[in-house]
Design a protein around this ligand. Structure first.
Ligand code: RIB
Ligand code: CA
Length: 313
């Protein structure tokens, strides 16, 4: 049985790895890529999404979305992590395709309404496109099969501030809407993704098997892993965005818990995700009033990386 998904993304080196998985996995039906600002400006994200699918020999609809956060000022893209072009500053060819004539939010709404109960939204970027879709048609809450978000952190701490993960930090207001919308939602945050390290041997196997796309994955990886060496002190990278797809296809590799999510939208802790486990009493009910969601608290990192490599080689 295939799993139809829309992949919401800001490619981005680890996004590119995940897009390759979505393109390659025989049981994933990739209905479209929706793009947003984040690792790069949104126009660059759209170009990269078109390019990556063309290099894989596939024609996937790409719909462009959010260019900036809903409320806060936009931070400059992290060119020191992903490169100014989002793909490690390697030379890239021109693309042939064009984005869809509708916004990312409208594309999500139209696609979900065309196949009610079937479509999973996999979001691995700031969450403005999903928030826009909710605004256009709130009824999609009951029509998506599931929403899987790579973002947030429960116990692990942050990666752009001491408490905030990048995707939630970049648009906390959108994040708050999406994580508390009441649709079936799984959060795959740093508690899981920091358990996974894609090392150079793994990337070599992927590069060998992925042809022209493999050259881009391997070239951009070289740039990206320098950041991990400096920030976290290991040789490799965390394949954050691939972990969202790993959870979708191999949930048994993750430890999850149900509870209530809140997102801090203002102040020093902006972008922090707060998790109140289901049924656990606190001093007031304040943190337990949002709809139940599922969060990943751990992952079998070696098995997740094995799955990534097997899927891509
Ligand atoms: O914190 C990791 C997330 O931030 C990933 O989605 C990565 O691509 C960056 O956007
Ligand atoms: Ca991303």
């Amino acid at each position: 049985m295939t799993t139809p998904i829309i992949f919401d993304t800001d490619p981005g080196v680890d996004d590119a790895q995940a897009i390759a998985i979505a393109l390659a996995h025989p049981d994933i039906e990739l209905l479209g890529l929706t793009t947003t600002f984040g690792n790069v400006e949104v126009a660059t994200a759209t170009y990269n999404a078109l390019l990556l699918s063309e290099l894989a020999g596939q024609s996937i609809p790409v719909a462009q979305g959010a260019a900036a956060p809903m409320s806060k000022p936009k931070s400059p893209p992290p060119a020191h992590i992903h490169g100014a072009n989002g793909l490690g500053n390697i030379d890239l060819p021109p693309v042939k395709g064009q984005p869809q004539p509708v916004s990312a939010g409208q594309f999500i709404v139209d696609t979900v309404n065309a196949r009610p109960g079937e479509v999973t939204l996999v979001a691995v970027a700031p969450l403005g496109n999903l928030a826009a879709a909710l605004q256009i048609d709130p009824s999609i809450v009951d029509k998506v099969k599931r929403v899987v978000v790579m973002g947030g952190s429960i116990r692990e701490g942050g990666n752009v501030t001491p408490v905030a993960e990048a995707n939630l930090f970049n648009d906390p207001h959108a994040g708050a809407r999406v994580l508390t919308a009441g649709w079936p939602l799984t959060m795959v945050g740093l508690d899981a993704t920091h358990r996974c390290v894609l090392d150079p041997a793994a990337m070599a196997r992927i590069a060998e098997a992925q042809g022209e796309l493999g050259k881009v994955l391997a070239g951009s990886y070289e740039f990206y892993k320098a950041f991990y060496q400096q920030a976290l002190g290991f040789d490799g990278c965390c394949p954050h965005d691939s972990c969202a797809l790993a959870w979708l296809m191999k949930p048994e590799l993750f430890t999850t818990q149900r509870g209530h999510l809140n997102v801090v939208t203002e102040g020093h802790a902006e972008g922090q995700t707060i998790f109140a486990p289901e049924g656990r009493p606190f001093i007031t009910e304040r943190w337990s009033t949002t709809p139940l969601a599922e969060v990943c608290l751990d992952a079998d990192g070696a098995a997740v990386v094995d799955w990534i490599v097997e899927t891509l080689s």
